[in-house]
Design a protein around this ligand. Structure first.
Ligand code: NAD
Ligand code: ZN
Ligand code: ZN
Length: 346
C-alpha cells in the first residue's frame, strides 16, 4: 500500500509499504480521508528538532473497519469510524478524570500523549492500524470528510468547553484565524453558545468563510483590530479569546482585547510570546485573566463533536486531493490557499 512518510527532517515521501496486519485488540482501517493540519507544517519546519522519524503522517483519519484483530468486540467490517486523536492509557489519574489529553502514562510533562501521525503510523495511507478502543462510530457521517472532526473540530471544542461558563448570553468571544480549526470553532460557538462572535483573519477569503458560518462581526486581523474590538465592547474588552494562530501579532491582539476576568485559549503554535508582569501596577494583563495553552481534546469532546456533526450543525469545508498529490496539498496549505480543510483521499 502507499503511505506518506516523514522520512527525515522536513522531508515527506510517498512510500510503498506492506498492508499492516492487526494484532490482538487492533483494527485495520481502510482510510477514506485524512485531514492536513497546520501542525503537520510545523513538524516539517522543526526539522531535526522533531523527535520522531519514519512514521506515516496524518492525525485526522476516518474510514471503514477493514479487518479485526483478536479480542476486538463491538466493531464489524464496513463500520464507518473515526480515529481518536490522543491515545491516552485510559487508567491513569488524568485519564480517569476525563483529562485523557493530559495522560501521564502515554505522555509526559512536556510531551503530549501518543498521537497517531505524530509518532505512530497515522492516516495518510491506504490503511492504518488502530487500537480498537481509539475508534468511534461515525454513523451516517461521510468518512471521507470526517477526519478533521478528530482534531480541527475536537481542539476548538475542547478550548470552548474549558471556557463555557463565560460564554453566556451577552458575552463576546473573539476567534482569531478562520482556517481549518477556526471555521469549525466558529460553527461550534454558534451551535452551542449564545456568545456574540467576532472573527478575524488576515485573508479576505477566510473572512468570507467566517461570514458564511454566521460570525456576528468579521474584522481584518491588522493593526486596527484591537481598537475596533475595544470600541465594539465599550472599551471593556471581550470575555473569551480563542487564538488559532499563536503568532506574535495574534498573541498581542488577544492580550490587548481580553476583559478583566477574561479567558484566553492559545491553540495556534505560531511562535508568539505571551507577556506577563506580576507587578502591582502591571498593565500587561487585566486582573483575573485566565490564559491556557490548550492541547487537543478529550474523548468526551470527540463524542460531542460527532454528535454535532450528526445533527448537521458542524460542516467540514474541504478541499480534496488524491493521496499521490500530498505535496500539492502541503504546499497549498502553507500558501494559505486552503479554505476549510485539505483532505487526502487514498
Ligand atoms: P490553517 O492554516 O488552516 O489556518 C490558520 C489561519 O490563520 C488561516 O486562515 C490564516 O489566514 C490565519 N492567519 C494567519 N496569520 C494570521 C493573523 N496574524 N491574524 C489572523 N489570522 C491569521 O491552520 P490550522 O490547521 O487551523 O491550525 C491553526 C494552528 O493551530 C496551527 O498553529 C496549528 O499547528 C495549531 N494546532 C494546535 C493544536 C493544539 O492542540 N494546540 C491542534 C491543532 C492545530
Ligand atoms: Zn493537528
Ligand atoms: Zn492515562
Amino acid at each position: 500500500m502507499r503511505a506518506v512518510k516523514l522520512v527525515g527532517p522536513g522531508t515527506l515521501q510517498l512510500a510503498e509499504v506492506d498492508v499492516p496486519v492487526p494484532g490482538p485488540g487492533e483494527v485495520r482501517i481502510k482510510i477514506a480521508g485524512a485531514g492536513l493540519c497546520h501542525s503537520d507544517l510545523h513538524v516539517l519546519e522543526m526539522g531535526e528538532a522533531w523527535p520522531f522519524f519514519g512514521g506515516t503522517v496524518g492525525h485526522e483519519g476516518a474510514g471503514w473497519v477493514d479487518a479485526l484483530g483478536s479480542e476486538v468486540a463491538g466493531l464489524a467490517e464496513g463500520d464507518a469510524v473515526i480515529v481518536n486523536l490522543v491515545w491516552g492509557c485510559g487508567h491513569c489519574r488524568p485519564c480517569t478524570e476525563g483529562r485523557d489529553n493530559a495522560c501521564r502514562v502515554n505522555g509526559s510533562r512536556n510531551l503530549f500523549p501518543t498521537t497517531p501521525g505524530l509518532g505512530p503510523d497515522g492516516a495518510m495511507a491506504e490503511y492504518m492500524l488502530v487500537p480498537a478502543r481509539q475508534l468511534e462510530q461515525l454513523g451516517a457521517i461521510d468518512p471521507v470528510i470526517a477526519g478533521p472532526l478528530a482534531d480541527a473540530a475536537l481542539t476548538p471544542m475542547h478550548a470552548i468547553n474549558s471556557a463555557r461558563d463565560r460564554l453566556t448570553p451577552g458575552s463576546t468571544a473573539v476567534l482569531i484565524g478562520i482556517g481549518g480549526l477556526g471555521h469549525l470553532g466558529l460553527q461550534i460557538m454558534k451551535a452551542t453558545t449564545a456568545a456574540r462572535v467576532i472573527a478575524l483573519d488576515t485573508d479576505e477569503a477566510k473572512l468570507a468563510v467566517a461570514r458564511e458560518h454566521g460570525a456576528d462581526l468579521v474584522l481584518p486581523s491588522d493593526s486596527s483590530a484591537a481598537q475596533r474590538i475595544l470600541d465594539d465592547t465599550g472599551g471593556y474588552g471581550v470575555d473569551v479569546v480563542l487564538d488559532f494562530v499563536g503568532a506574535q501579532p495574534t498573541v498581542d491582539l488577544a492580550t490587548a482585547v481580553v476583559a478583566p476576568e477574561g479567558l484566553i485559549r492559545f491553540v495556534g503554535l505560531g511562535g508568539g510570546r505571551f507577556p506577563f508582569a506580576a507587578d502591582a501596577d502591571s498593565v500587561s494583563l487585566p486582573w483575573g485573566v485566565n490564559a491556557q495553552r490548550s492541547y487537543g481534546g478529550t474523548r468526551a469532546d470527540l463524542l460531542e463533536v460527532i454528535a454535532l456533526a450528526q445533527q448537521g450543525k458542524l460542516v467540514v469545508e474541504t478541499v480534496r486531493y488524491p493521496l499521490a498529490d500530498f505535496q500539492q496539498a502541503f504546499d497549498d496549505l502553507a500558501a494559505g490557499k486552503v479554505l476549510g480543510r485539505a483532505i487526502l483521499v487514498p
